[in-house]
Design a protein around this ligand. Structure first.
Ligand code: ZN
Length: 289
C-alpha cells in the first residue's frame, strides 16, 4: 500500500452481518464462506491475531461477535459471551510489540449489556477501546443511547474508537461524548453518489445548476481536486460517465473529513470545541438551494 499513516485492521466480526459470508458462530470462532471457492473458513482468535500481526497494521482489533440490529436480548447475551472469551484469547495470542491491540465493547442496544461489556474491556487493559456493533441500521437515537450506556464505564486513559461512524455532524456529536477516532464509508459512499461536502453544506454536483459553475467544490479546500478542477468539469465528467470522477469526489470528501478532525483537535486544545461545533453546524447544515 505504501501508505505511511496509521493503518487499522478489523477482525471479521462486523462481516458477520453480511449474510452471504456468515455460516454461524460458535465458542471457537466464526465460520465464513470463502466467496472465491465457497469453502468454509473458521476464523478463530488465534488465527485472526496471526493474520493481523502478519499484515503488520498499526492497530489490530480483537475478534468480536456482532449481532444484527433487531436481534433478541438472548442473542446479544450470547454474542457478548463469545466476544468476552475471544478478547481474552486475542490478548494471549497478540505478541507484537509494534502493533496496538484494541478491545471492542458490544452489548447491542441494552444498557446492562453495554455496561458489563465496557467494564470488562476496560479491565482487559488493552491499548484502546472500540465501541462496536453500532451504525448497523438502527435509528440514530438508539446509537447515541448505546454510546451513552458504554462511555461511563470505559477507562478514560485509553484511546476511544467508534466503529462505523459517520457523517461530519455525527463525528462532532461523538467527539463531545469523548470519542477520539472513527472509521466509516460515509465520505467515500457520498462521493460515489455525487454528494460533496463543503463548509457551507453538502452539494449534489450532478444538479444542472453546476453545469457552468467555474468554482472549485469548496474554495477553502486545499485538496488536489479543488486546486485543479471546477464544479463544472466534475459535473461534465459525471454526465459522460468518466471512470475516474468517483475517485476525485471521494478524494475531496476524505480530505474534508481529515480537515474537520484537524480543526476539531485544534479547537479542543484551545478549549473552544463547543463553539467550533456550533459554528460548523450553523454553516454545514444549510440546505442546498
Ligand atoms: Zn477539495
Amino acid at each position: 500500500m505504501n501508505f505511511d499513516k496509521t493503518i487499522f485492521t478489523d477482525c471479521g466480526g462486523f462481516q458477520m452481518l453480511r449474510e452471504s459470508f456468515l455460516q454461524n458462530s460458535t465458542k471457537k470462532g466464526i465460520n465464513f464462506t470463502n466467496p472465491f471457492d465457497n469453502s468454509t473458513q473458521l476464523v478463530t482468535p488465534e488465527k485472526i491475531m496471526h493474520i493481523e500481526q502478519t499484515i503488520n497494521s498499526d492497530v489490530a482489533m480483537v475478534l468480536d461477535d456482532v449481532s444484527p440490529y433487531g436481534a433478541s436480548y438472548e442473542q446479544f447475551v450470547n454474542s457478548l459471551q463469545n466476544t468476552k472469551k475471544w478478547a481474552e484469547e486475542c490478548k494471549k495470542y497478540h505478541t507484537s510489540k509494534k502493533q496496538l491491540l484494541f478491545g471492542i465493547v458490544q452489548g447491542g442496544f441494552f444498557k446492562d449489556l453495554r455496561e458489563k461489556s465496557a467494564k470488562f474491556v476496560s479491565e482487559l487493559d488493552l491499548d484502546g477501546i472500540a465501541i462496536g456493533g453500532l451504525a448497523i441500521g438502527e435509528p440514530m437515537k438508539e446509537m447515541f443511547k448505546a454510546i451513552d450506556y458504554s462511555m461511563p464505564y470505559i477507562s478514560k486513559e485509553k484511546i476511544h474508537y467508534l466503529m462505523g461512524v459517520g457523517s461530519p455532524n455525527h463525528l462532532l456529536d461523538c467527539i463531545s461524548k469523548g470519542i477520539d477516532c472513527f472509521d466509516s464509508i460515509f465520505p467515500t459512499q457520498n462521493g460515489r453518489h455525487n454528494t460533496l461536502f463543503t463548509w457551507d453544506g453538502k452539494i449534489s454536483i450532478r444538479k444542472s445548476k453546476y453545469k457552468f459553475d467555474l468554482n472549485p467544490i469548496d474554495e477553502n479546500c486545499n485538496c488536489k481536486i479543488c486546486k485543479n478542477l471546477t464544479r463544472s468539469y466534475l459535473h461534465h465528467l459525471i454526465k459522460i460517465n468518466d471512470p475516474e470522477v468517483k475517485r476525485y469526489m471521494q478524494h475531496h470528501n476524505l480530505h474534508f473529513m481529515q480537515e474537520l478532525m484537524r480543526k476539531a483537535r485544534t479547537a479542543i486544545k484551545e478549549g473552544q470545541f463547543e463553539k467550533f461545533k456550533k459554528e460548523f453546524e450553523k454553516r454545514f447544515n444549510k440546505k442546498e438551494k
